[in-house]
Design a protein around this ligand. Sequence first.
Ligand SMILES: [Zn+2]
Ligand SMILES: [Zn+2]
Length: 354
Amino acid sequence: MKAWVLHGINDLRLEDRPVPRLGGDEVLVKVEAAGICGSDIPRIFETGAHTLPVIPGHEFAGVVADAPEALSRLIGKRVCVFPLIPCMRCDSCLREQYETCSDYDYLGSRRDGAFAEYVAVPAQNLMELPEGLSFEAGAMLEPAAVALHALRRLGVREMESVAIFGAGPVGLLAAQWARVLGAKRVFLAGTKSAQAEKTRLLGFADFLDIREHDAAERIAALTGGAGADVCVEAVGDVRSVTDCIRAARAGGRVALIGNPRADMRIGKDVYQRILRKQLGIYGSWNSGFYRGGKNDWAETIAAAQNGDVRLEALITHSFPLADLARAADMMRSRREYFCKVMVCGNTIYPPRMH
Ligand SMILES: [Zn+2]
Ligand SMILES: [Zn+2]
C-alpha cells in the first residue's frame, strides 16, 4: 500500500508499505477520508512523533476491508475511529476515563495511523458511521468530539454566554456545540477576515478580530460589564489564555484545549484575576469514549446526523493522498486561509479479502 511515513523531523516520505498485519482484536480499515490536524503540523515539521518512524493521521473514517474470523461481521461496515487505544489497566481506564489513560497507544503518533491506504484498528475503537454521513464528515467526528468534551468538562448550561478564543476547526466546533447546549450568546475571537466569514457562515454574529480590538474588553462591554460565563482557549498561545482569564466573569469557567506552542508565562496581574474572580480552570484532553450510555462520540454522531453540528462546512481543502506533503506544507506556511484540510480518495490497490 501507499503510506506517508514520518522518519524524523521534516522527513515525511511516501513509501510502499505492506498492508498492516492484524492482531486478533484488530480489523483492517481502508481509509476513505483523513483530516490533517493542527497538531500534525508541528509533529511533522518541528517535533517529530512520539514513535518514529510512524504513519501520522488520527482523524479518519473508512470501510472495514478485512478482519479475523471472529470479527468478520464487521467487514464492509463504514466506520469512524477513536484514535486513542487505552491500556485498560490504569486507574483512569478502570474508571472508563480512557482519555486520561497513563499508558495509551495512539493511532498516528505512537503507532501507524491514517495517512495511508489502510490502517489496523482495534475493533473496540470503531463506531459505525451512519449512511447519512459522508466519510469526510466521519473524519471530522474526532475534532468535533474533542470540542464537545471540553464543553462537557465546563458544564455549559442553557442561557450562558460563551467566548471562544480561536476560530480554527476546534474553535468553530466548540461554538456550534455551545449553541446546541443552549448558550444565549457565542463570541468567537480570531485573527483573519476569512475566519470572520466562516464564523458568519455558520450563523454566529459575534466575531471579534483581535488584531483590531481587545477582545476581553469588547466581551465585557457586550455583556453589561460582567464578562462571559464560559471561555474556551482553542489556540494554545499565551495571549489567548490571558484573554480567556480577562474575559471570564467572576465565578466563570475557562477551558484550555489548545495545544501549547511554547512555554506559557502569564503576568502576575492576570494570575491574580484567577483568584479574585474565583475562576474555574479546566484542562481538556481528547474525547470521552466510555462504553455504556452517551459518550462524546455517540453524541457527536447524533448531532452531525440531525444537522445541529455542521462538519463538512469546515472543510476548505481536499487533497488526494499522494499530495499530503503539499497540503501539510500549505498549512505550515499559512500562505492561504484554511480551516479543515482533508486527504481523501485514497484507494490505489483493491482491498485484500478473505
Ligand atoms: Zn487532532
Ligand atoms: Zn489506561
